[in-house]
Each structure stands twice: as C-alpha cells, then as structure tokens.
Design a protein around this ligand. Structure first.
Ligand code: FE2
Length: 313
C-alpha cells in the first residue's frame, strides 16, 4: 500500500510530512554507508511485504539519508515496485539499464544528472536492482545535493540563491557524456520540443521535504537564467568542483542482488564509461506521480514525434 493518499503532485507536496530518521525495526538495522550520507539496511528481505510499522521507518530513513542500499536481495519486478511504493508513488512499469536485457545502456561516460530534471516533474526517486554484473562493470556514482549546500562557502551560497539554472537535454544528439549548452544549439530560439528545458532556483527547496538543495547538474545545466552560456561556464565549474568533490560522492561497486533506492532530487547520479561493454544489467523502477510517457509527450523523446520527423512531416 502506498503511503500517499493523493496522486496529484501539488496535493502531495502539501500533505507531505517528512519523517525524521527512525531507528530500524525488530530484526533489522540501518548502518551508515558512507561518511556523509546513505545507509545500508541489513536484515530486511524485500521479497516479502514490510509490516505496517516498518514502512514509515523505512521512509524516515529515506527522507533523512536520501539513499538506501539493500544487499543480497532476490526480487521480482513487483517486489522492487512494492519496496519503492513505501517511499514514493510508482506509476511506470519496470525498465532496464542494461546491455543484457533490452533497455538503455550507453557505454560512454554518463555525466552527473537527475532523471528528467529538464521537465517540471523530475523523478522523485529511482531504484536499481543488479541482476548481472560481470567483473569490471562500471560502478554508479552518487553526489549529494543536500550536503553540498551545507558545505558551500557562504558568499557563494548567497550568490547562487539569487540565480536560476536552466537544465536542458539534447534529444537530437542524445549524448550523455557532454554538458548540454543552449547556445551551442541555437540559443533561445532552439526548439523546446527537441531541446526541452526547465528553469528553477539553483538553491531549490525539495518539493516534498522542504530541505534546501544545491540543484545544479553537470550533464543538464546549460546556463544561469538570463546569462549566456559563456558567462555561466566559470561559475558552473566552481559549483561542479564543489559538488563532485570526493567527500560528497559515494561510488557503488555493484554486486548481483544489490538494490539501491535514492531520492532523485536530493542525490545526483552518473558513472564513468563501461569499459569494453562489460555485461551489466540493472532493473530500474522510477518513482513519480506522472508517467514517463507524460513527461516526454511532445518532445523529441516521444516516439510519435520522432516518427513524424522521420516521415518528413
Ligand atoms: Fe539517470
């Protein structure tokens, strides 16, 4: 059962009461994963439903620590979806980040990003469950937007609090290993269908918990709103150096049976190239109040739009 009474994003934010970290329940424990954030949950087998008492405990840990790791799980699709629903709504089917199953798996580097940050409704959370991990498969890296803000020099924070960032994606090239810059694709006149984008504060309160986030994403941040890309580059590089400092990055070496669930707004993710296309298969469940089909409708990611373009309409 979902902890959310409403599927409407605005209502959901209004009703949302962040839970503070709860001590784990009978028979299970939460252990710090990385000095600055994240917890490993030990002693819970998610192939079975959690008790009514344990569900809010898990959400409290998620709201506080932003990233949960469970090891040695044996999960069907529906088990992974059920675990995610304890934390956020799930409206999509499962998908694959995989070069084994049919799915999405570029072998190049993936710069840090938050899924669908170029829309008004980025994913609220994401989960990956490892089913195939050959030796040498690329780990996933996570950078903490909440912590990064708390460690930002005051003068820099003051400056960023006055700025909005335009996050965008290039659906024409589909590249994930270079930063997207609006001025490289025609500037303000560039099609919002082929280059969808969204402006929001660089210091952004989490829409559910209210926690302030440093929301500036390496792959998707084009420029500060009202600035040119050239004028934005230097300040963006300073912010990126702070965000991706090793003290703020947890890198996870996958093992089969690992499940990670993270807050897609509080935490960014990316990875280095997957060398030699090493076999790597991660089942993905996204958490949101709107479907991916709704997020991409009318954009260059919409299969109907692509079909029209190919047919020359
Ligand atoms: Fe992603």
């Amino acid at each position: 059962m979902s902890v959310f009474a409403s599927a409407d994003p605005a209502d959901m934010a209004q009703d949302y009461a962040p839970l503070v970290a709860q001590v784990a329940g009978d028979g299970w424990d939460a252990v710090a994963l990385f000095p600055s954030y994240g917890v490993e949950i030990r002693g819970l087998a998610l192939e079975r439903p959690l008790s009514e008492d344990d569900q809010p405990r898990l959400r409290g840990l998620f709201d506080t620590h932003h990233l949960l790791l469970f090891r040695a799980q044996q999960l069907r699709d529906e088990d992974q979806q059920r675990a995610c629903r304890y934390l956020r709504p799930v409206v999509d089917e499962v998908a694959w980040v995989s070069n084994v199953e049919a799915g999405f798996h570029p072998e190049t580097e993936l710069l840090y990003h938050c899924d669908y940050a170029f829309t008004a409704n980025p994913m609220l959370g994401l989960s990956l469950y490892a089913t195939v991990v050959a030796p040498g498969a690329a780990p996933t890296r996570f950078a903490n937007n909440a912590r990064a803000l708390t460690t930002l020099p005051a003068e820099l924070r003051d400056q960023l609090e006055q700025l909005n960032v335009v996050h965008m994606v290039d659906s024409v090239s589909g590249r994930n290993n270079v930063r997207t810059r609006l001025d490289d694709v025609g500037g303000a006149a560039a099609s919002t269908a082929w280059y969808p984008r969204c402006s929001r504060p660089a210091v952004w309160p989490h829409p559910l918990t209210g926690e302030p986030l440093l929301f500036v994403l390496e792959q998707q941040a084009s420029h500060f709103d009202g600035w040119t890309c050239d004028d934005s580059d230097e300040l963006l590089d300073i912010v990126f150096a702070h965000l991706y400092d090793e003290a703020n990055v947890y890198e996870h070496e996958w093992q089969v049976g690992d499940l990670i669930i993270w807050d897609n707004l509080a935490v960014q993710h990316g990875r280095r190239a997957n060398p030699n296309a090493v076999r790597r298969s991660l089942r993905r469940v996204a958490m949101n109040t709107v479907t991916t089909a709704e997020l991409i409708a009318g954009t260059g990611f919409d299969p109907a739009v692509r079909a029209r373009r190919q047919s020359g309409e």
